[in-house]
Ligand binder design. Sequence first.
Ligand SMILES: Cc1ncc(COP(=O)(O)O)c(C=O)c1O
Length: 393
Amino acid sequence: MNCSPSYCNLFPGFEISHAKGHKLISIDGEEYLDLFANFGVTNLGHDTRVAQAAKDQIDKCMMIMTSDLINRPAYQLAEKLVEITKFPPHSKVCFGNSGAEANEIAIKLAHWNIKGIGLSFINAFHGRTLGILKHSASKKIHSQGFQIERPIYIPHFGDLFAIDYIEDVIFKKLCDPSEISYLITEPIQIEGGVVVPEKDFHKKLAKLCKENEILLIFDEVQTGFKRTGKFFAFQEFGIRPDIITLGKAIANGFPLSATISPLMTWGIGAQGSTFGGSVVSCAASLKTIEILEKEVDISAIERIIGNYLRQDTPPIVGISGMGAIWSMTFPNQEIAEEVRLEIFKKKILTIPCGESSIRIEPPLTIDPEELIMAMETICKITKEVGNRVIKYL
Ligand SMILES: Cc1ncc(COP(=O)(O)O)c(C=O)c1O
């Protein structure tokens, strides 16, 4: 065991051998139903057409350094991303390798345009590399032991109270808005427990940023690529941020991220990376987007998960979600984990989030019949654990 001790093992004893669509198969040949999509990466499941696109590219040419050399997959993908984000046509795309890197590029770009400090939300998660770490405030372990300079945090993500807090506390007591460069936020906080904001929250936040010349960065690393219904979550909220960051599902499993903005005016050499925008990942991404555009509609998933979770099953104390990303919250972490591991025994894979929640985030191509059966099982197990533990609460 030489892997970093920071790695965990969410499914004890389950070693993955291979995958078929939305099933993961163990080395003993047992099939498990995927309700977590590698934390929102494999939105198409294990799609052989995406794999074939990558293989075809590998056979043609496996490596071209996109930040220095012209190549069709990366240039086509940049054009496609500007098209589907509906950003202004002169917007530019800077490729990277991970969500954390995309966010670091976004912050660097914000500084390029406006010098100043940053704002981010309590409970946000934007990545764990040193540059972005200070903007993540969902778990202490992410930054424990590192003395980092922190940004100004905003409490109460999703609640209109947060807007008042920015105006009444941050602007009046902590720093003048002219000293602020950017505000980075997720459209919905996912690692923080799947917190869906109040209606109008993002519209008011965007207005406040615009009025005070603060750049608004939307971290769509986990919400992008139809996870919430539309291609990107900012489109659900009727706003357009100044900068967006994409990762995870962008190439359905191949490492790639993108930072997109109409404000990218920096010069040659200002940003780039050896593998950022790898031709193989870009080819996989173009195929992923083509399939998402033609085939994926998540309304059945939203209806099925939402209807089951709204049944008010004790010991669930709260549910939240939209589109194909949901969470159910339990009175404490022990109960949440007990339920999750019982669900795992039935060969259904779910993941934790927040303090004491279970996250359901299936591939967007999951068969609705199978999802119904899985949700039946999840509700049944939840009730059974509830019957056992409720008398002790
Ligand atoms: C919203 C959000 N931003 C950034 C990241 C970091 O992405 P990566 O793990 O690819 O660095 C994640 C990962 O879960 C995320 O959910």
